[in-house]
Design a protein around this ligand. Structure first.
Ligand code: GS8
Length: 219
């Protein structure tokens, strides 16, 4: 029987985008359902009653929650092509470490950059640049974080490329000047169809985030 796959998502969410890229890498078809987070659907509340957040992947009626857990599920289940995590246990642990680092830092610092002002915003700007520099050092001269092939850490980070224009405008900074290797890496990732077809235009993300900041932030 063919798998029934539905993704509860929001187009602008970097977390949803991780799942979409992973499924595209595996060549798996799925249905998308856009959620309104100000008026969550009964399906979302039912499928993720604990966190009530997107993304949720519903596979044959069963929910899987949390983007990085979903990506790992996809990798384990559809292991016929494009492995996302390395097979060596030590390398797997390292990939999970970096994905966790990105997860804990980038989104929340980026939000702080957008939704605060003054000293807090200045601190967020410094922290964000620092994080990207740490990631730049980890990338080193490799093609992707996973080495020669696009993998788990790349999928974790690349959706934030959609936010680069947001970072640059709110932080009054140049990503190219601060972390040129990350920009080159991001452009390389964008050459992959799984990524370019998934990531929204940076200006569209900017308009969306600015609208949110007007409604809910310090703007
Ligand atoms: C984060 C998901 C998340 O923040 C993951 O899947 O990796 N750790 C989770 N989802 C947000 C939308 S993206 O900004 C969300 O669903 N927010 C609604 C809410 O918290 O009520």
């Amino acid at each position: 029987m063919a798998s029934q796959l539905t993704l509860l998502e929001v187009w602008a969410s970097p977390f949803s985008q991780r799942v979409k890229i992973a499924l595209a890498e595996k060549g798996i078809d799925f249905e998308m359902k856009e959620e309104n987070l100000l008026n969550k659907s009964p399906l979302l509340l039912n499928m993720n009653p604990v966190n009530k957040q997107i993304p949720v992947l519903i596979h044959n009626g069963k929910p899987i929650c949390e983007s990085l857990i979903i990506v790992q599920y996809i990798d384990e289940l559809w292991n016929h092509k494009s492995p996302l995590l390395p097979s060596d246990p030590y390398k797997r642990a390292q990939a999970r470490f970096w994905a966790d680092y990105i997860d804990k830092k980038i989104y929340s610092i980026g939000r702080s950059l957008v939704f605060t002002k003054g000293e807090t915003q200045e601190t967020a700007k410094k922290e964000l640049i620092e994080c990207f520099k740490v990631l730049e050092a980890e990338l080193g001269e490799k093609t992707y974080f996973g080495g020669e092939t696009f993998g788990f850490v790349d999928i974790t980070l690349i959706p934030f490329y959609g936010w680069f224009h947001v970072y640059e405008t709110y932080g009054n900074l140049s990503m190219e000047e601060e972390c040129p290797k990350i920009v080159t890496w991001a452009k390389r990732c964008m050459e992959k169809e799984s990524v370019s077809k998934t990531l929204p235009d940076q200006y569209k993300v900017f308009d969306f985030i600015t609208e949110m900041a007007k409604k809910f932030g310090a703007q």
